[in-house]
Design a binder for this molecule. Structure first.
Ligand code: MTE
Ligand code: MO
Length: 518
């Protein structure tokens, strides 16, 4: 008897390294796409790649987040999800290399990757057990796909690696995998089409009319050719910790108002809509807006004034902070109670004459003039808990951002673009300035480090709104520098000193280079 033929029968012969890696990668792709397909039924936030991405967002240290937002802006979310997908595929490829010699280890690897999604799904607030389903589906799909593909691509006994029949089966495995991924993408597209139609149907409410309508905006608030004074829903900046837009139904939704109140209250969507309404134009601003940045916008908000809610529930005198809770994965926000009644703060249900869009907080959100969004503008509201600053903290204040977040006075040059050109027939610079709830008193420009000169202020829409300005440039043609600074109605002028957005908002003067053509 010869010992050379006594091969262990268990392990099938291995194909080439490239094929093995592809088998692992294809299994990972199938796992991700079937997991994602399932998430279209259980909620987009439960897609395995989105889950892991969301966890990274929450876990990232604040300075890392600040750098990411600065570099990527609002593209950070697709890039982060893409990164998670790429890493998963690469790990899949590595596991594929092992799948012939160490099949148990390869399976364990797939289960381990899926388990990351599973653990996040089970520990993330607001997802429920259903949120775990896509990760379970992904694990099952990954293990099955790996087994099938190993089987299909292994050379049969006596068959040389890469020979005719073997090569055909490898091709078949590849085509089969591609078909599964493509079919789930197609199914996904179909499902999300249905979801979108459902969203449109959900929006077919008739909004109540405001007992106190918005004062009409003077036509003169808009400088012709400047940034639109009122921002469209589509162009309105979006900032939140959710990787995918949360979608909630009005049916079954309710808003609980409790904490340090005499009469806690739970309101259905219909009950909220039946309350007295105000409509106001208000400019929102994000604390993460860099000097000259885009995270500021103006919309017409329709909602229930907080004064009404506060008198209904009877907030106790000791409560100085409202902790608002969101359906958005445990997001909370702390707002000074004083700011809820001394201005037009509201629980908004409408935006620019439409039902509040999902991305801006449907069914209901907070709008409080004069405070940065992270301390005032909670979207997808679930609960308003009257509390105290001394007793509780919120999502961003836990991460070191300032407890009080008044919007800082800022100004921006929008026309021309930085490095843009103006022409002698219309040598005009223009832009916006904001100091919500204090109002803008003055905007000044400085060209090439010369004297500060006053810009012409457009008409004011109200102190809770930004204000447009324009400036006729009378200097020589060629390349120049322009700086802008605003003074609010309390007499404070924007400081020159540059402060980063963390922890209380950016300071400094917006500066551009422009050219006056001859
Ligand atoms: N639920 C929830 N609400 C939220 C946030 C969030 O992450 N989750 N972000 C806040 C921040 S930082 C800002 S600036 C505003 C932005 O509102 P918008 O997306 O409608 O422009 O929403 C606020 N409300
Ligand atoms: Mo923000």
């Amino acid at each position: 008897m010869s010992t050379t033929t006594a091969e262990p029968a268990a392990a099938p012969a291995e194909p080439r390294r490239g094929v093995r890696a592809l088998v692992g990668l294809a299994s990972a792709a199938i796992a991700l796409s079937l997991g994602h397909l399932t998430s279209l039924l259980t909620g987009a936030a439960s897609s395995p790649a989105v889950l892991v991405g969301s966890q990274l967002v929450d876990a990232a240290p604040t300075p890392v987040k600040a750098v990411v937002v600065r570099l990527l802006g609002t593209a950070d979310k697709p890039i982060l999800i893409g990164g998670v997908v790429v890493v998963t595929l690469l790990v899949g490829a590595l596991l594929g290399l092992l799948a012939w010699r160490r099949p148990q280890l390869a399976n364990l690897g797939i289960v381990a990757i899926g388990a990351v999604g599973l653990v996040v799904a089970l520990t993330r607030p607001g997802l429920g057990l259903g949120g775990a389903v896509p990760s379970v589906v992904a694990i099952a799909a990954g293990v099955t796909a790996l087994q099938v593909l190993v089987n299909v691509t292994s050379p049969r006994p006596g068959e040389p690696v890469g020979s005719g029949p073997n090569r055909r089966r490898v091709l078949l495995g590849g085509l089969g995998s591609a078909a599964v991924v493509a079919l789930s993408a197609g199914g996904g597209a179909l499902l999300s089409g249905v979801t979108r139609a459902g969203d449109a149907a959900r929006r077919m409410f008739t909004l109540p009319t405001a007992g106190s309508p918005a004062p009409p905006l003077p036509e003169g608030v808009q400088v012709p050719g400047n940034t639109p004074f009122s921002t469209s829903i589509e162009d309105f900046y979006r900032i939140d910790i959710s990787l995918v837009t949360p979608r909630h139904e009005a049916e079954g939704w309710s808003l609980t108002i409790d904490g340090e109140v005499d009469n806690p209250l739970t309101l259905s969507y219909d009950e909220l809509l039946a309350m007295p309404m105000i409509e106001r134009d208000i400019t929102l601003t994000c604390v993460s807006n860099e000097v000259g940045g885009p995270y500021v916008g103006t919309a017409r908000w329709l909602g229930v004034p907080f004064a009404e809610i506060i008198s209904r529930v009877g907030v106790r005198p000791g409560s100085d902070m409202l902790l608002s809770h969101s359906l958005d994965g445990g997001y909370t926000c702390s707002t000074p109670v004083a700011a809820l009644t001394d201005r037009d703060a509201m629980v908004a249900i409408g935006m620019n004459g439409e039902v509040l869009p999902d991305k801006n907080g449907f069914p209901a959100r907070m709008v409080v003039p004069g405070l940065f969004g992270y301390v005032s503008a909670t979207k997808w509201l679930e609960r308003l808990e009257f509390s105290r600053f001394g007793a509780q903290t919120a999502y961003w204040t836990d991460r070191g951002w300032a407890e009080q977040g008044p919007i800082l006075t800022q100004s921006r040059i929008d026309v021309p673009d930085s490095l843009g050109t103006i022409t002698p027939d219309k040598p005009v610079l223009a832009g916006v300035a904001w100091a919500q709830h204090r109002g803008i008193a003055k905007v000044e420009l400085r060209i090439d480090d010369g004297e500060w000169q006053e810009a012409k202020l457009a008409e004011e829409g109200g102190i809770d709104l930004w204000r447009q300005w324009s400036f006729v440039y009378e200097g020589s043609p060629g390349r120049h520098k322009a700086e802008v600074r605003a003074t609010d109605k309390t007499g404070d002028t924007q400081p020159e000193a540059r402060q980063p957005v963390f922890p209380a908002g950016a300071t400094g003067w917006h500066t551009i280079q422009f050219t006056l053509a001859d």
